[in-house]
Design a protein around this ligand. Structure first.
Ligand code: NAP
Length: 278
């Protein structure tokens, strides 16, 4: 999606993937800086490790405690830090890294764009999973002003720790551990259950029926329809998979690097062609 976007913008840049061992992360970031890379994306487990390695952190990266996008910057003639994209071939020697988080907003964007633009304000939410993505989703949903957040995770300790963190940061929000009794607005799968054929369902259907939910979102996008999403559709829920999350975090990263609006339709088409082959 990134190379398609760069092509559409007429930029002679390339987006490349590198496997980096966590112990080499600092060296890799320093190397990218020395090589005058425009920026980087980071994925698990680098997102949290990189927080300590940035010269500067954007507010979202600081708030959510994770960096998924890095932009390299240099000082212009007036002494202001600007993206390297603005310097052409004339890049000053002193470059700094600035860490951003585009994942958290992408969750909200995807829920609104792919399910219902009015979905979240005051909403009842059931969030399944408290790993990296689940934790950021829970905190970002709390910041968005949902009404009640119900947390379920296989490892209870993580749910308790997360609930404690949310209660400290968002004391007005009602946070419950476990399945809700009545109806809710949206159930979100942030576990990895559904990635592999034969995986169990991410929720205990004897304790929560998908008929209790108006909408269902699965962060998984491959396969396009997990058993969770299939059951949600059968139960009459509005339903969407995680492709939008991937798209919107990438689009925001593009905008941070290029300073131009991201060509969303081009990026979506490239993603769909790459992931689903159509
Ligand atoms: P993670 O940190 O490894 O967390 C995995 C989560 O799944 C934890 O809550 C874990 O529970 C749960 N889980 C794993 N195996 C389980 C099992 N057998 N039974 C019950 N629960 C199980 O991973 P992550 O980065 O948060 O990613 C979570 C999911 O979100 C993945 O499917 C990933 O593909 C997806 N994701 C999508 C996007 C997107 O752009 N669409 C972005 C990020 C992530 P425990 O805490 O008990 O281990």
């Amino acid at each position: 999606m990134h190379n398609a976007a760069l092509g559409a913008l007429g930029l002679n840049w390339r987006y490349l993937a590198f496997d980096v061992h966590p112990e080499n992360l600092r060296t890799a970031i320093d190397a990218a800086k020395a090589l005058q890379f425009i920026g980087l994306n980071l994925t698990v487990p680098h997102k949290v490790l990189a927080v300590e390695m940035m010269d500067e952190l954007d507010e979202a990266a600081r708030t959510w405690g994770a960096v998924n996008t890095v932009r390299f910057e240099a000082r212009d003639a007036g002494g202001e830090w600007k993206p390297l994209a603005e310097f052409g071939d004339d890049v000053p020697a002193a470059i700094r890294s600035r860490g951003f988080n585009t994942d958290a907003d992408a969750i909200i964007h995807a829920l609104h764009a792919d399910l219902d633009p009015q979905l979240l304000r005051g909403a009842g939410v059931l969030l399944l999973g408290a790993g990296g993505a689940g934790r950021v989703a829970a905190l970002r949903l709390a910041a968005e002003g949902v009404g009640v957040l119900n947390l379920v995770n296989r490892t209870a300790q993580k749910t308790e720790k997360l609930a404690g963190e949310i209660r400290r940061r968002y004391p007005q929000l009602q946070v419950n551990i476990g399945y809700p009794k009545g109806s809710i607005d949206v159930v979100i799968n942030a576990t990895s259950l559904g990635l592999e054929p034969g995986d169990a369902m991410p929720l205990d259907e004897s304790r929560f029926s998908l008929r209790q939910a108006r909408a269902a979102y699965d962060m998984i996008y491959r396969p396009a329809e997990t058993p969770f999403l299939k059951s949600a559709k059968a139960a009459g829920c509005l339903a969407a998979n995680g492709l939008g999350m991937l798209l919107y975090q990438g689009a925001k990263a593009q905008e941070l690097w290029t300073g131009q609006p991201a060509p969303i339709a081009v990026m979506r088409r490239a993603l769909e062609a790459n992931i689903y082959g159509h």
